[in-house]
Design a protein around this ligand. Structure first.
Ligand SMILES: *Cc1c(COP(=O)(O)O)cnc(C)c1O
Length: 370
């Protein structure tokens, strides 16, 4: 136990003891160094297999003369551009060093020892980490068919509930909530509860019943919507995302924001990325084809999967997935075991390029002897 071996724990803030670090997907360079191989594929972190738009590369090149200067801490242009995109006032926006940074700001502003942070079983791992780091009590609603059970979440609200976290679609399950279900949930919330609606994968969702939460900001002043440039926009390494909320909420979030949390290259890249919606369309089309490829592949192997609307799919491998994960790794295929989410028999696989998906399916078939 860390609590017995780390002498500094006694000095640490409450909540740190029970905290487990976020488990990232293994970087390609690390696997190749370990195995002494080349040409591995990474389908573990829901990154865009197309890379980034050419416009982004150009924008970053154009920004290099600015490298020695601090970034624009107020990110004026990007605020304007995002305000336009979402038809909101620029004062509704909180920029983050990745959207995880915004999630962390929400936790620091609204959570503390004595209040409760409510989220679903199988919800995104950052919610418990950010909540626990500030000493809040974690309350977990059991999932229903791997998805958020909104009725149950409403029942679990207490006078101490302060933040409810909902990812739509959710990672690592790929499940989603309809417009009606989510609207009715939001309409029933008491005013002492803030809701974070994490829309990291919104670009990939095509259902007409899928809601864009940013349209509800005026109707629900306690709503905070988060978006990221890490997934469909392909800017994961630059770390940039944002929150959309009532300006009074954004005011509080911006009070705890680090002064230069979004760097110059990220700001320029995000502006250029927003200007290349054709790249997003290509990314979505590729994702749709890849999703079909995986569904067919899993079905032909007789494997159950959780139907997903995002850029990854979670499959049940019918045994302890850590063996399968390791076997895939030794063949140069990085996927994501999700035992840490309480799903020890599942692997989460990001949708890659067609040939990457093919290689993964072929290798999985070999590893599982199907
Ligand atoms: C990937 C992901 C994010 C994005 O995190 P960034 O910090 O913006 O890279 C946020 N929420 C969920 C559910 C995710 O899967």
């Amino acid at each position: 136990m860390t609590s017995q071996t780390n002498p500094f724990l006694e000095l640490a803030a409450p909540g740190i003891d029970a905290l487990k670090p976020y488990l990232p997907g293994k970087p390609i360079s690390e696997l190749e160094r370990e195995l002494g191989i080349a040409h591995s594929i990474k389908l573990a972190s829901n990154e865009n297999p197309l890379g980034v738009s050419e416009k982004v590369i150009q924008a970053i090149a154009n920004s290099t003369p600015e490298l020695s200067r601090y970034p624009d801490g107020g990110a004026f242009q990007l605020h304007q551009r995002l305000a336009e995109k979402h038809a909101v006032d620029p004062a509704c926006i909180t920029l983050g060093n990745g959207s995880n940074d915004v999630l962390d700001m929400v936790a620091r502003v609204f959570l503390s020892p004595g209040v409760e942070s409510l989220f679903s079983q199988y919800a995104f791992a950052v919610y418990p980490i950010s909540s626990q780091a500030v000493g809040a009590r974690l309350v977990i609603t059991p999932a229903k068919a791997y998805a958020h059970d909104l009725e149950r979440m409403l029942q679990m609200i207490t006078p101490r509930t302060r933040v409810i976290w909902i990812a739509n679609p959710n990672n690592p399950t790929g499940t989603w909530l309809s417009r009606d279900a989510l609207f009715s949930f939001l309409a029933q919330l008491p005013s002492h509860v803030m809701v974070v609606l994490d829309e990291a994968y919104i670009e990939y969702v095509q259902h007409s019943d899928y809601p864009d939460g940013s349209a509800w900001l005026e109707r629900f002043p306690n709503l905070i919507v988060t978006r990221t440039f890490s997934k469909a926009y392909g800017l994961a390494s630059l770390r940039i995302g944002y929150g959309l909320s009532n300006p009074d909420v954004a005011d509080l979030l911006n009070r705890v924001r680090q002064p230069f949390n979004v760097n110059t290259l990220a700001q320029s890249a995000a502006l250029a990325a927003l200007d290349d919606q054709a790249f997003i369309q290509r990314s979505i089309a590729l994702n749709n084809k890849g999703m079909q490829q995986y569904r067919r592949g899993f079905e032909s192997m007789g494997l159950d999967y959780i139907p997903s609307v995002a850029n990854f799919i979670t499959v049940e491998v019918g045994e302890d997935a850590s063996r399968v994960d390791q076997a895939l790794l030794s063949e140069g295929c990085i996927t994501r075991g999700i035992a840490n989410y309480g799903l020890p028999n599942h692997l989460r696989i990001s949708i890659g390029l067609e040939e990457e998906n093919d290689r993964l399916l072929t290798t999985l078939k070999k590893v599982l002897k199907r």
